[in-house]
Design a protein around this ligand. Structure first.
Ligand code: 8OZ
Length: 371
């Protein structure tokens, strides 16, 4: 059989891709206020980046009010949000593209100003993150010590992932991705530095991965496993995370998820910081997708600082089935065509990543061949 390239088709569960250049989920903090509602500018941003049979994973979207971690981050828990997202999915589908929604609960990576009633963010344990939150007024403030969730509160959070997935399908998404990476709630449960619980959700690896597996099961049951992906960052350090010994934890978690028959596993390589902060390079770290490939029976999307050459290499080496690009997709609305043509790429402007309007969002130029 001929080896696949970045431009070969791929079936990932029920998602039928015509090429393997995936748009990574990108937090841009541009939802309409009040209510964190996706709008027509957001629809235009995604429309520009849609290609026939190309998969877009839309930005981290909170499953509930308490799941919000950033100002103007969109949600998928209100009817207005479902309506707003409908315009986004319609715009992508009109161009023949596919779009999945990333579902997040931020846990401790939030701020009381973003929480209903100004309450403290909740997390598996009352362990504060180093660093700064974004407040509702776009200020930076030290993270607060989160409130530890009661065991009895956890089923409702699992249900909020389930209802968010149902809403995503109502809004026209082709699938959802659970955000289990970069230090948000699912990863807070997974990792021992943030999970000090003594109940069935803490302690052993089996217990720490319980929340992830329950959320994935609930969502798969709700919308069908073939429409569900999971994103993990086994060697990540974003948002003050980092497991001392990640290999046994992530091997077990990936093996358990593999049983569910999900559409894909999305792994972040330890080359990218994941927080939008400056780039990091940790060449001493192992490749997440190469390491976990033998433990996963479905498709793998790999993300983290790829360019055309390294993406092609990862696909042809068989370490990944598709490659997600983030910053390159921010700066190049026509990234897929540019990669296909080997055309030069626009540079990204970090100063317009978060918040604001069209500048740095929908005004990056497409490539023009100058005759
Ligand atoms: C950058 C800024 C804010 C949020 C992640 C959702 O790290 C994010 C995020 C990234 O996954």
């Amino acid at each position: 059989m001929k080896r696949p390239t970045l431009f070969s088709p791929l079936a990932a569960g029920l998602l039928e891709l015509q090429h393997r250049v995936v748009m990574a989920p990108l937090t841009r903090m541009r939802a309409s206020q009040p209510g964190n509602v996706p709008n027509l500018l957001n629809a235009e941003h995604y429309r520009q980046r849609a290609t026939p049979g190309g998969l877009i994973i839309a930005e981290a979207t909170q499953v509930s009010e308490t799941g919000q971690g950033y100002p103007a981050a969109p949600g998928i828990h209100s009817d207005a949000q479902v309506e707003g997202w409908r315009a986004v999915t319609r715009a992508v589908h009109e161009r023949g593209g596919l779009i999945a929604l990333q579902l997040v609960h931020s846990g401790r990576i939030s701020h009381s100003s973003l929480q209903p009633g100004g309450g403290l963010p909740a997390a598996p344990s009352a362990v504060v993150a180093a660093g700064n939150a974004f407040t509702r007024d776009w200020e930076r403030a030290s993270f607060e010590v989160p409130r530890a969730l009661e065991t009895g509160e956890i089923p409702a959070i699992v249900s909020s992932f389930r209802s968010a997935a149902r809403n995503a399908i109502r809004a026209g998404f082709d699938g959802v991705e659970l955000h289990g990476a970069n230090g948000y709630l699912i990863e807070q449960f997974l990792q021992s530095r943030t999970n000090k619980r003594a109940d069935q959700y803490g302690g052993s690896i089996a217990n720490r991965m319980r929340f992830l597996v329950e959320a994935a099961q609930a969502v798969a049951e709700e919308i069908g496993a073939g429409r569900v992906g999971v994103r993990l960052s086994p060697f990540g350090i974003a948002n003050d995370t980092g497991e001392d010994d990640p290999v046994p934890l992530y091997t077990r978690a990936v093996e358990a998820l593999s049983e569910l028959g999900l559409a894909y596993m999305h792994l972040i390589e330890p080359r990218a910081s994941g927080t939008g902060a400056a780039d990091i390079s940790r060449p001493e770290m192992p490749s997440a997708c190469a390491l976990l490939r033998p433990h996963w029976r479905g498709k793998i999307i790999s993300a983290g600082g790829y360019d055309l050459r390294t993406a092609q290499e990862a696909i042809s080496a068989g370490n990944a089935d598709a490659i997600a690009f983030g910053r390159l997709f921010i700066a190049n609305p026509d990234l897929v065509e540019r990669l296909r043509a080997g055309a030069p790429l626009n540079a990204w402007d970090r100063s317009t990543f978060y918040g604001g309007t069209a500048a740095g969002y929908t005004d990056y130029p497409a490539y023009k061949i100058v005759a």
